[in-house]
Design a protein around this ligand. Sequence first.
Ligand code: F6R
Length: 252
Amino acid sequence: MRIILAENYEIMSKKAAGFIAAQVYTKPDSVLGLATGSTPVGVYDNLIDWHKKGYLSFKDCITVNLDEYCGLSADHPQSYAYFMNEKLFRHIDIKPENTHIPDGLNDDADAVCAAYDRLIESLGGIDLQLLGIGNNGHIGFNEPDKYFRMDTGKVDLTLSTIKANSRFFEREEDVPRQAYTMGIRPIVQAKQVIMVVSGKQKAEIIYESLFGPVTPMVPASILQIVQNLVVCGDADALSIIAEKHPQSVEFV
Ligand code: F6R
């Protein structure tokens, strides 16, 4: 595990984007696992910038996103399909047919989940998985629970996640209560995992995830078993780790 501390969000985002760019340079047909939420937006901005400058092409890449709200269509402004299109896909040369996100409008959960797992398997797994972390330690929408969910599933969002994500909706009641999420298996089996974490409010949970016990009550703690894990954080998010384990932090 590498923990890279950047002075601020901008530097963190550039550093994390650099890992993705390096992955795409060395394997142009990479399978990229992508995340939504506010934290990766800066990463995507850098990728778009490098693409527009002609340094980086995604024309042979395949993407699989972590999750999607149940009940939201791809053209709903709060759906993750819409987010990915707005924040990344429509600005780069990725082929739309090579981008994958669970279909939030499909009620047949068994079919959606089985098809998503089959898809990831048929792609030979994920080369590089980008992750954020929820305030409660969730990765994707794998919420704290009694067990680690291994495969894609339809999950109930916790109150903490509903509250955290209500900032994107007009009213808290509008936040969908369920979502499809990739399971833990393809995440931990990814050849490389890059996590981005920003802000003081994440300092405790990222510390607990990386240095506390591995427990499904803190889903991100499973990342401790991932050999090729890079955590890129800003100074606020990594403040507790930098204080308690200064020797495990690299500075950029
Ligand atoms: C989104 C996702 C979530 C977010 C997490 C943090 O696809 O998988 O796990 O990464 O909720 O979100 P932000 O970055 O908005 O704090």
